[in-house]
Design a protein around this ligand. Structure first.
Ligand code: AMP
Ligand code: MG
Length: 472
């Protein structure tokens, strides 16, 4: 990756930056998007970026990075492709269904040509059967029919299927399993028209049709679809390698006995789950102490092998907060304060050619900053097209209670949704909202997003929701 290009998206008012890149200042993006005069300054902290600015800046950095170092692609067996991102369009090499076949269990026959007097009673001699995988291979005359099962090949001479239940079977064979070859089947011609209960070859997917586009996440239906076309190998984006580690002298691993003043490290497990959910390769580096050398070592190791590094903790301005300083020391930090809650301290930068997200330590802040800033960046890097049906910003609900909100920062609250008597989606707060309270993320089914400029929310106002089950 060309570091100069990435530097170009550094914000203009980087108060504590170590090196200033004049190229970056001339960059239209920096000038355009980070002009504090365009903000409502009521509660605007000149050091903090708005969430929108931060998202835009990260997007620009990823775009720059992709110009110079695109993710590799690889061809893998279909069996291993679940959850991966498609790196080619998939075109059908066959008709689906491959052969014209029956949509019902019944009798296949040829509808007589149309005459002025519509046929009423029709008689066909039963001459054999076509089962799924065992087609009837002899010729069928115009006054003959065959027994046919769903999915079984429809002989070329026949065009219509009468379901068993719609046919008066003669007394010899009241039940279909007692049918005998050579018996006559009576049908009421007014009940059928040519083509009934027939699935034409290529009716689902004609040969040559483009069925999947690159950028698609290969979910279960895509897997089945590709298999139905006989696709055995597929070109996908290489896995995005993401290193994670937690920072903090107070952290212990689950399974150890907790010493006084210590807590279990939960962020690494949350992050691992979020990353696995996106289909990233996670490199878990464990816990680093609040000690500059330990952090430096960990960052160095991570940068060697990863596209992205995500840490948690140590990005505030406390005595034990060394993450940001070490990031600056080893690479570049583009910003570290965002006008959002939770999640205000967040360091974004790069070390070598790895993008770096220093997330805050509070467990809820980790999730909120991941969803709002890291996730979009990773999807972008993976060249993933989000499902069009899933535009998180367009889901709205009536807020059932007032919520206090400061203009000048984006606030995220945890919420619970329900439908009211009119079928409208409503949301209320899901309980205690402290940024360390991870249980509330389990109880909530959505995040309520209170946009940057918004003041206090009154009951019955409309709010934006991010549905958590799809995201976590
Ligand atoms: P920090 O940003 O390092 O000051 O951390 C803020 C809060 O988050 C502190 O209460 C930490 O104990 C807590 N915290 C930091 N890292 C983790 C972690 N990996 N798991 C759980 N809690 C954490
Ligand atoms: Mg800490």
């Amino acid at each position: 990756m060309n570091s100069k290009r990435l530097s170009a998206c550094r914000p203009q008012h980087r108060a504590h930056s170590t090196r200033l890149d004049t190229q970056g200042l001339a960059h239209g993006f920096a000038m355009k998007t980070l002009d504090p005069s365009s903000q409502n300054t009521q509660a605007f902290n000149t050091e903090a970026l708005s969430l929108g600015q931060a998202q835009q800046l990260i997007g620009q950095c990823v775009e720059d990075l992709l110009q110079h170092r695109s993710l590799r692609t690889e061809r893998i067996p279909l069996e291993e492709a679940f959850g991966r991102t498609l790196a080619e369009d998939i075109t059908s090499g066959v008709d689906v269904p491959a052969h014209t076949n029956s949509a019902m269990d019944g009798f296949a026959f040829r509808m007589p040509p149309k005459t002025n007097t519509e046929p009423t009673n029709m008689r066909y001699k039963l001459v054999g059967e076509s089962l799924a995988g065992k087609p009837f291979t002899k010729a069928v005359a115009h006054d003959e029919c065959i027994k046919i099962m769903t999915g079984a090949l429809l002989p070329l001479e026949l065009d219509t299927v009468a379901p068993f239940e719609s046919v008066m079977i003669d007394p010899l064979g009241e039940r279909t399993n007692k049918l005998t070859w050579g018996q006559w089947i009576d049908m009421d011609g007014t009940r059928f028209k040519a083509g009934d209960n027939r699935r034409l070859a290529g009716e689902d997917i004609p040969k040559g049709a483009r069925v999947l586009l690159q950028g698609q996440r290969l979910h279960a239906a895509c897997m089945g679809l590709m298999a139905s076309l006989g696709v055995a190998q597929v070109k996908v984006q290489a896995l995005l390698k993401v290193a994670i580690f937690s920072t903090g002298d107070e952290l212990q691993r689950p399974g150890e006995s907790l010493k006084p003043g210590m807590i279990f490290d939960s962020n690494r497990y949350t992050l691992k789950g979020l990353l696995q959910g996106l289909g990233c390769e996670v490199i878990d580096l464990g816990i680093a102490a609040d000690e500059p050398l330990a952090l430096k070592h960990m960052l160095k190791e991570a940068a060697k092998v990863c596209d992205v590094i995500i840490t948690s903790g140590g990005v505030s301005d406390g005595d034990a907060d060394h993450t940001k300083a070490m990031m600056q020391d080893m690479g570049e930090v583009f910003f570290w304060k965002i006008a959002m809650r939770p999640g205000r301290p967040l360091a974004f930068g790069k070390i070598g050619s790895s993008l770096l997200f220093g997330l805050p330590g509070n467990p809820v802040a980790v999730m909120v900053t991941f969803l709002s800033l890291v996730r979009p960046a990773l999807l972008h890097m993976m060249k993933r097209q989000e499902d069009p049906a899933f535009d998180i910003a367009t889901l709205t609900a009536l807020c059932e209670e007032p919520i206090r909100k400061k203009p000048g920062r984006t606030e995220f609250q945890r919420g619970l949704t329900r439908r009211n008597a009119n079928g409208q989606l409503c949301v209320r707060l899901s309980g205690h909202q402290g940024s360390g309270i991870l249980s509330s993320m389990v109880q909530a089914d959505c995040l309520i997003v209170l946009e940057h400029e918004r003041p206090d929310i009154k009951a019955q106002e409309t709010v934006t929701l991010w549905p958590l089950p799809r995201l976590i």
